[in-house]
Ligand binder design. Structure first.
Ligand SMILES: [Zn+2]
Length: 62
């Protein structure tokens, strides 16, 4: 399964349907998240980590 597919699964499992992908960036509620593989080894880890993408969040609109 691709990282993107895992991220999609994770988001949908969380009950969020309002999301989209911009290339490899996940966009949820106007917030962009980078999708990274997670190899922490936790038993409940789903192998994907979403990190808030801090650059370029509506900077132009302030
Ligand atoms: Zn993990």
């Amino acid at each position: 399964m691709t990282l993107k597919a895992r991220a999609r699964e994770k988001v949908e499992r969380a009950g969020i349907s309002n999301y989209s992908f911009d290339q490899d960036i996940l966009v949820m509620c106007g917030v962009r998240y980078t999708v990274e593989a997670c190899d922490c080894g936790e038993p409940d880890c789903d192998g994907v980590r979403l990190t808030k993408h801090l650059n370029a969040i509506n900077r132009n609109f302030q």
